[in-house]
Structures are given as structure tokens and as C-alpha cells.
Design a protein around this ligand. Structure first.
Ligand code: NI
Length: 157
């Protein structure tokens, strides 16, 4: 395993569209293992392959030590809305509000090519949407918004 260098948002590479994974082989497993080690080292909620310089449609999340891998993910259902402050390991700018669905269902493959479906909500849904955007060259800074008044009122409670 190895810690890989994270591509900053100032590098145009981060804007490239990632390509579907075709081989669920040792090269993919090495990549995913390295991504876990990299994410552990920097401490974050998620990391996509493009962020370590590989244009493969794959990302990992680590939320309160719930670690998951998503290969060739596809968000198939969303509902509700939420506004949370997001940051990104590639973006050295302040966290800011982004509008996301509150609930997300994602279809993906594990590292061995087995398909699965995962439904989640709240912060996990935010992370899935954020990482999935990376695979299409989209960053949270493209989506910063002013949250409705009820969001700040809720946070102050
Ligand atoms: Ni990010």
C-alpha cells in the first residue's frame, strides 16, 4: 500500500471525466487500497480515484469508520433536500453550503465486480453525491449556494 498524492483543484486534471472500470483486477484493488491509506492519512469523509490521478469511476467513503467502496456507481434515486457545509481534500478553500438530496439510492459494484444497491441519507448521502460528482469533473465549489433561512435556524438550535 502507498499514500498517493492528492490532485489539487487548481490542476485541470480534476475536471476530467472518469471512465468506467472494466477489469476488477489486482490493479483496481491496489488503487482502492492506496485510496484507503491516503484517506486515513489526511482524514476526510471520502475520496475519488480522480483525486489521486486515476480516471476510473471509483470512490470510497469513510463515515464514522463505516468504510465503503463504490465502483462504477450510478445514483438511481434521490428524494428530499438538505444544505450542508462541504469541503474537499482537493480544494483548499473554506467549507460552504451545497444543496443535496436528503436521501440517495446508489447502484454500484464492489471491488470484485459484484453489484449492490445502497440507500442512505443525511451526511452519507452528501458524501455519495460529492464523490460521484468528482467522477464527472464537478466540484462542490461549482454548487455553492445560499441556504434557505430554516437551515441556519436549525443549526442554531
Ligand atoms: Ni471532494
Amino acid at each position: 500500500m502507498a499514500i498517493r498524492e492528492i490532485v489539487p483543484h487548481t490542476d485541470n486534471f480534476i475536471r476530467k471525466t472518469s471512465k468506467p472500470v472494466k477489469e476488477f483486477d489486482e490493479k483496481l484493488w491496489q488503487l482502492l487500497d492506496d485510496m484507503h491509506e491516503t484517506l486515513d492519512a489526511v482524514v476526510g469523509s471520502g475520496l475519488s480515484a480522480v483525486q489521486v490521478g486515476v480516471l476510473k469511476r471509483a470512490f470510497i467513503i469513510n463515515i464514522n469508520n463505516m468504510v465503503m467502496e463504490f465502483v462504477n456507481p450510478e445514483i438511481i434515486k434521490t428524494s428530499g433536500e438538505q444544505y450542508k457545509k462541504e469541503g474537499c481534500l482537493s480544494v483548499k478553500l473554506p467549507f460552504d453550503y451545497v444543496k443535496r438530496p436528503f436521501c440517495v439510492t446508489v447502484k454500484a459494484f464492489d471491488r470484485y465486480g459484484n453489484p449492490f444497491t445502497f440507500t442512505c441519507q443525511d451526511w452519507t448521502a452528501v458524501c455519495i453525491c460529492h464523490e460521484n460528482d468528482h467522477l464527472n469533473g464537478i466540484l462542490y465549489i461549482d454548487k455553492i449556494c445560499v441556504p434557505p433561512k430554516w437551515v441556519k435556524e436549525q443549526e442554531e438550535e
